[in-house]
Design a protein. Structure first.
Length: 276
């Protein structure tokens, strides 16, 4: 009886916590719900604040593909995000692995200097990068998009911290078996650290997909715009078709949500530094 009373008391004490978490969850989900509802309604219904499904989803989609280069923007966004993700994971994991496995005092000092890059605002680097890429004829190109972001101090730090849980015995055993350092990295390190790769892939893909400031500066050609730039261009007119805009925002949001839901378990393990 005492255990049941204690359990019921604990449950009663947790009721305010559950209520608070429920309210926060509703607040977090409501913008996404409103986006879906707005994508199915016309301008008049959205202006009135309608929060139920409408009958204009097909019309909004038709207006979107007729008035905006949706297919081009989606294709460019996938090319940019996937290329950035693959290259960033390889470079940052290699750097993080090297800083941790082969660390000494000089590498630690270099890593500390590298972390200072996290303190520099992105805006402060825009003009120098634009001048450098303009002279190198890299504007409106895929390399021009991903070169400034294929290696970030945060990603290197994340791989280095998670590499501390990588078993050193595996490296020693691999060396005894005759594997060289490159083989150890590809055959031993990468499979073991798959949860860290998944977490880094989610973060990198989302950052690349949602990139706006640098693409807006370096991608001046209309053939190079991504989905975020497409949405920004749709909000620049005098008369805004909110139904069409929300349909575009919905298409822009779906890929990142799919990536996160597919890798959410590995994402949680990678953020906490789990190794399997």
């Amino acid at each position: 009886m005492t255990k049941k009373k204690n359990k019921s008391m604990i449950q009663r004490r947790l009721i305010p916590t559950y209520i608070f978490l429920g309210i926060v969850s509703l607040i977090s989900v409501f913008p996404f719900y409103w986006m879906i509802m707005a994508a199915t309604n016309d301008y008049v219904d959205i202006s009135k604040g309608k929060l139920t499904f409408g009958l204009y989803a097909a019309e909004n989609f038709r207006n979107l593909i007729e008035q905006q280069p949706l297919a081009l923007a989606m294709k460019n966004s996938f090319i940019y995000a996937i290329s950035v993700t693959i290259i960033c994971l390889f470079i940052c994991s290699l750097a993080g692995y090297g800083f941790e496995v082969y660390h000494d005092k000089w590498k630690d000092r270099l890593f500390s200097i590298l972390l200072l890059g996290m303190m520099i605002p992105q805006v402060a680097t825009m003009i120098p990068l634009f001048q450098m890429f303009s002279k190198g004829h890299l504007l409106n190109t895929v390399p021009g998009f991903f070169l400034p972001i294929i290696s970030t101090p945060f990603m290197i730090m994340m791989f280095r911290q998670n590499s501390r849980s990588f078993p050193v015995d595996i490296i020693e055993a691999a060396r005894i078996d005759g594997l060289n350092e490159i083989q150890i990295f590809f055959q031993m390190y990468m499979p073991v650290m798959k949860s860290t790769y998944a977490a880094a892939a989610v973060i990198t893909f989302m950052n690349a997909w949602n990139a706006y400031l640098w693409p807006k500066i370096c991608m001046t050609d209309g053939e190079s715009l991504n989905m975020v730039m497409l949405i920004a261009n749709m909000t620049g007119g005098y008369k805004l078709d909110y139904g069409m805009i929300m349909m575009g925002v919905l298409f822009c949001s779906i890929p990142t949500m799919v990536v996160f839901f597919i890798l959410q378990k590995q994402f949680a393990e990678g953020i906490t530094g789990a190794v399997k």
